[in-house]
Design a protein around this ligand. Structure first.
Ligand SMILES: [Fe+2]
Ligand SMILES: [Fe+2]
Length: 625
């Protein structure tokens, strides 16, 4: 059991689990005092990153440390007991793209099997992704027990872990208290003003300070005095103080991308999200499986919604068979539609829900078409942080639905599969699903539902629907919502790139102005989204799984092979169950597959995955086997 100096056991527990905690810390006047001290110091404006620990002048440093400690200590004493201080510093991140702090862990300075060493980091300005906010990988202090020091190789050398970082925006005076073993980083400062933060290091009073240093093939352990950080220049590159205690053979254990991914995946799976459903059993089912079925609308609501649909005259303008009211080009009709749908449906579903905010409401229509497949996909990302928040679609059919008229099919538990952002626009943006349409389809669980029943699904959950082979239009409504306090975002593939996203802070009116078709055209023209401020650029990474690995993941989440669906699809697309072709001229058509693969990426999503292309894809696979 690691000894920690926290007074509050709940805080200690949280720190143990996540590797950090965030707390309100300094008042306005305390921040002002620290700022005036900072202003009184000499600064080297040429340094992109400045730390007062680098100062050679020990006297100035001591004097500064004394002052800063006097402001910290009354606060630190309310959070910790049995601690000892390790020193303070001001950290300045100057303006510029070069000022990001690369992903790292701080040195090992105590026996971490028994104690933790901690930094309390407090910014003197509000920190955001624009000006150098702190970033962490949750729980990463437990990923590796590798020793860390100035000359030791890094356990995750050469692995790009940046995709797992989470930004912790802090208000001026707020603190993040983190374990030195936590993997962390900070954004570059793209603002107009220096980002200054102040830190206070501490550990348990019983822990003696250490330092590890690699020399030739051996690692040396040094016993260090408690004031080692006050004389940081003496230890910055190698220990020039302290007492040598031993040296030993040591190879830094590797921390691979794969291990980090699996650990992060496990943590996220077990992360309790802020409840969406009032009933804890509902919440638990939803978190585990990524969906939930509940009764929602009354008969009169269903009737009123059907009447609304017919009165608005929404049509399948592009002729894809499947269309969404939000994509209608007359945005006045979209606004009216959204308002009325919300007015009728929201009061019904709200009875089941905690406080939520609605950001879209629309008709979701599937016209009769024997090959009108909606291929497996995940919906866009709608919120800032999908560990704490979750965006949901509530899908309510307005007639009974089954396999014949295009009910919904989904993969149970697929809300846990991937953690990448889900940006617009299709078809330009790559996704981890794109090449796995045929891996996924046979495992979809089809959900037969009564008119007015609601299917709530996490926007991460992989879903699809088979063709509507009846004579009737399949009408449904879809409501998009999330927790009330969740910050809404939209990720848009940066035109001209395939691996960079523009992240916009949005409000629900965004969906009245922009739809996928428009965003897709804009991408081709190299246009950005207007009216939602300067976007943040974020890297776009996603996993590229093999079909075998994907199938394994699907089956591990208790999804069974759906023979009924496969046989239906085979008959609709003129295939035998074994995948062989029923029609003639297989040869000719196989040759067309090359065209499909080489399709220019300018076609809308639904065009790329038209039934004809799906059939061609099947042929391509057969021809390859
Ligand atoms: Fe650090
Ligand atoms: Fe969807």
């Amino acid at each position: 059991m690691i000894k920690l100096p926290f007074i509050d056991s709940a805080l200690q527990k949280e720190f143990n689990k996540k590797g950090y905690v965030v707390l309100p810390f300094f008042t306005e006047s305390e921040v002002a005092l620290l700022q005036s001290k900072y202003d009184s110091l000499d600064h080297d404006l040429n340094l992109p990153f400045e730390s007062t620990s680098f100062l050679e002048d020990v006297e100035t440093k001591k004097e500064c440390d004394l002052f800063v400690s006097s402001i910290f200590e009354p606060k630190i004493n309310t959070v910790f007991e049995h601690y000892k201080p390790l020193g303070t510093s001001f950290l300045t991140k100057r303006v510029g793209a070069f000022s990001s702090m690369p992903i790292h862990q701080d040195w090992t300075v105590v026996d971490e099997s028994a104690y933790a060493s901690i930094t309390c980091w407090v910014p003197l300005v509000d920190t955001t992704i624009q000006n150098g906010a702190f970033q962490v990988i949750d729980g990463s202090h437990l990923f590796s027990d590798a020793l860390r020091g100035p000359s030791l190789p890094v356990a995750f050398e050469g692995q790009d872990l940046s995709g797992f970082l989470k930004t912790i925006p802090l208000k001026k005076g707020e603190a993040i208290l983190f374990n030195h073993a936590l993997i962390h980083a900070s954004h570059s400062n793209q603002s107009e003003q220096d980002r200054v933060a102040v830190t206070f290091g501490l550990t348990h009073e019983e822990a003696s300070l250490l330092m590890y240093y690699q020399k030739d093939n051996l690692v040396e352990q040094w016993q260090m005095p408690d004031h080692m950080f006050l004389e940081y220049p003496k230890v910055r590159f190698e220990p020039k103080m302290g007492t040598f205690s031993k040296s030993f053979e040591y190879v830094v254990p590797q921390l691979t991308y794969e291990t980090v991914k699996n650990r992060v995946f496990e943590i996220r799976k077990n992360h309790p999200m802020k409840s969406l459903f009032k009933n804890p059993d509902h919440q638990q089912f939803f978190e585990k499986n990524g969906y939930l079925l509940l009764p929602a609308l009354q008969n009169e609501d269903v009737l009123a919604l059907k009447n609304l649909y017919h009165s608005l005259g929404i049509k399948d303008e592009k002729g894809y068979g499947f269309h969404v009211g939000m994509d209608h080009k007359d945005k006045n009709i979209v606004a009216e539609m959204s308002e009325v749908i919300a007015k009728i449906a929201l009061p019904r579903i709200e009875q089941e829900l905690e406080d939520v905010q609605l950001f879209t409401s629309s008709f979701v229509v599937k016209e009769p078409h024997p090959q009108g497949v909606v291929p497996p996909h995940q919906d866009w990302s709608f919120v800032e942080n999908e560990e704490d928040y979750c965006s949901v679609t509530c899908w309510i059919p307005l007639q009974d639905v089954n396999m014949d008229n295009g009910c919904m099919g989904l993969l149970k538990g697929s809300n846990h599969f991937f953690n990448n952002h889900r940006p617009s626009p299709s078809p330009q943006v790559g996704t981890p699903l794109k090449k796995h349409m045929f891996t996924i389809f046979p495992f979809l669980e089809l959900l037969e539902m009564k008119a007015g029943d609601a299917l709530f699904f996490n926007n991460k959950t992989i879903h699809a629907s088979p063709p509507n082979i009846t004579e009737e239009t399949r009408l449904a409504i879809g409501l998009g919502f999330t927790q009330k306090e969740a910050p809404l975002r939209h990720y848009y593939l940066k035109p001209g790139t395939t691996d960079t996203l523009l992240k916009y802070t949005i409000t629900p009116d965004f969906f009245m102005k922009y739809d996928n078709a428009q965003l897709s055209e804009m991408y081709e023209k190299g246009e950005s989204i207007e009216g939602y401020g300067e976007p943040e650029e974020v890297p776009y990474l996603f996993e590229d799984l093999s079909a075998e690995a994907f199938t394994q993941m699907i089956q591990n989440s208790e999804n069974a092979y759906n023979a009924t669906l496969v046989s239906r699809m085979a008959s609709l697309f003129n295939y035998n169950m074994d995948g062989s072709k029923q029609e003639e001229q297989v040869e000719d058509e196989v040759s067309e597959t090359n065209e499909v693969v080489a399709q220019p990426q300018t076609l809308p999503f639904w065009k790329i995955y038209t039934p004809l292309n799906i059939i061609r894809e099947i042929k391509l696979r057969i021809s390859k086997n």
